[in-house]
Design a protein around this ligand. Structure first.
Ligand SMILES: [Zn+2]
Length: 168
């Protein structure tokens, strides 16, 4: 329940923040008061941030030097995460409408320092290197001093333990 709430908050927080910030600034600092114009600006800035934010890939940087000049090397799907599962993570075969998602694991070569960085991308029904990054970790060192960092999302849910249909 809490995790689901976090996921929803994470999904909408940044867009809502930007969507509300722009009308707020216009009304508080520039005296714009017409509620319809403010509403229109809110909708516009919300939709614009929905289009732009996912493309920023804020976490896609080299874990050794922090550069964003990365070239894709290889990737693969992680293990399936079943919606309803047994304690060992395997599929609960008693559930007919069971479904699964999977992480995507990718490796990227840095064009600035030659380090290789690994990313874990968030689970999805169609796993891909385009999904948002939830873990960044160094795979092999670069040829400069290290200024980049490993990183792990606080929204990196764990999928341990059984989950049964009809139970929280
Ligand atoms: Zn680098």
């Amino acid at each position: 329940m809490i995790k689901a709430l976090f996921a929803i908050l994470k999904h909408y927080a940044a867009k809502l923040f930007i969507g509300l910030l722009i009308p707020y600034v216009l009304s508080a600092h520039y005296g714009l008061e017409d509620p319809y114009i403010l509403l229109a600006i809110f909708i516009f800035s919300y939709l614009a941030s929905s289009l732009i934010l996912p493309k920023l890939h804020l976490r896609k940087s080299c874990a050794w030097c922090g550069s964003r000049k990365l070239s894709y090397q290889e990737g693969r799907e992680g293990m399936a995460i079943w919606k309803y599962r047994n304690a060992d993570g395997s599929r609960d075969k008693r559930v007919k409408d069971n479904s699964s998602t999977a992480n995507f694991l990718s490796k990227w070569l840095c064009k600035d320092c030659d380090a290789v960085t690994k990313f874990v991308h968030s689970p999805h029904r169609r796993p891909s290197k385009r999904r948002s990054i939830i873990i960044r970790s160094l795979d092999s060192e670069g040829n400069t001093d290290r200024t980049g960092t490993d990183w792990e999302s606080m929204f990196n849910y764990t999928y341990e333990g059984a989950k049964r249909k009809g139970r929280a």
